[in-house]
Design a protein around this ligand. Sequence first.
Ligand code: HEM
Length: 407
Amino acid sequence: MTNSAASALDHVDLADPQLFADPDHHRLFRHLRDHDPLHWNPEGVEPGFWSVTRYDDCVAVQKDSVTFSSAGTNVLGQQRWTGDEGSGRMLTHTDGKRHTELRQIVNQSFTPRAVASLEPYLRSVISQSLDQALQEGEVDFVDTVALLPVASIAALLGVPREDWSLLLGLTSTAFGSADQEFQMTPSARVSAAAAHTQLLLYCQDLMDRRRASPRDDIVTRLVDAQRTGSLSEEDAMLFFDLLLLGGNETTRHGAVGALLAFIEFPEQWQRLRADRGLLTSAVNEVLRYVSPSKHVLRRAERDVELHGRRIEAGQEVAVWHFSANRDERAFPDPDTFDITRKPNAHLALGSGPHYCLGASLAAMELRLFLDELCNRVASAAMIAPPDLLATTVISGFKHLRVRMRPV
Ligand code: HEM
């Protein structure tokens, strides 16, 4: 990179969602890792904040939750100045003892054993979606995989099957795509707010049903936690909301990104098809390479010196996972997608106390997805270049139009 390009980068606003619609943002973050590993982003689209972009720094910040708190908000965005209703209340927005208490309420629903019981059902969801896509010939793969994450979480929450399509509709409208383009019109905002309210009311109604007739599901656990005083009803509803949101866009774009990675590296596709023993390692590499969650945000609780600069107490620090996952210091040849990569201690699912609660579920969903894709698809090609989401939060796609050749 030339000096003039480097100085031009000093004026880039990392909070600007449009930056991430351009694939070149990877080059910008490489520059930051090499030349400005603790970067101050002055006030622009948002109030100023620090950024860490190297692997070791991202791990250190996330692991030290005493110094770097999650209790304010945990991603960049408007809630930084309008206030975040989850602050100090939601799992993602608490530290220490309260965070542990909240996590314990739902932990046992997310163990590898608990999520394994969903496998046959999730396989059938994936098979149906892929069969339909193959029948259609040319598809937008973002739509093809839409059902998988919602169906997985709905099953764990305990949402009855007859309500899944209702939930899918409400979830898509409420959380929509992370891209601002989909959120800017007043009508889109009104429909999102209305869908959100309906989701919360749906949760309230389901909790009433579980009070009357408990089951082995997450909603019943949320009801039990209200009985023991660990959660208020409103906190339980926020929890329901968080679980729907947490694993939705991340997993969906993880699957879309996986297909794109295999299109870009077709020899890796042939390798996986020839040896399904590589599925687990392939899922890890998909997570590293795609990094569906771009960053998390923390607030410094005291002054901290790093790379010769001072983060002051009260200032926020963005931890850019996707950059850590392409850090040459941690991963040789990081821009190469290699399903046999070892070791592969990627940060796609975070690190430290807030490590992804749905990690086993996400890994299983992606493993089943790749396995069923191998069963059906000999090769895939893009019909148009990928259209990236303009957001700081998710590495995702507005559209990925593809044609798939069946086996
Ligand atoms: C490929 C898919 C996924 C990715 C990349 C991903 C990524 C992450 C990351 C980076 C964090 C850390 C957040 C932080 O430190 O503030 C996180 C936390 C979390 N994830 Fe995931 N996630 C995925 C799937 C899921 C699924 C399927 C669920 C299921 C509901 C889920 C639920 C959660 C929850 C509840 C937390 C908060 C944990 C805590 O604060 O203790 N995630 N995830």
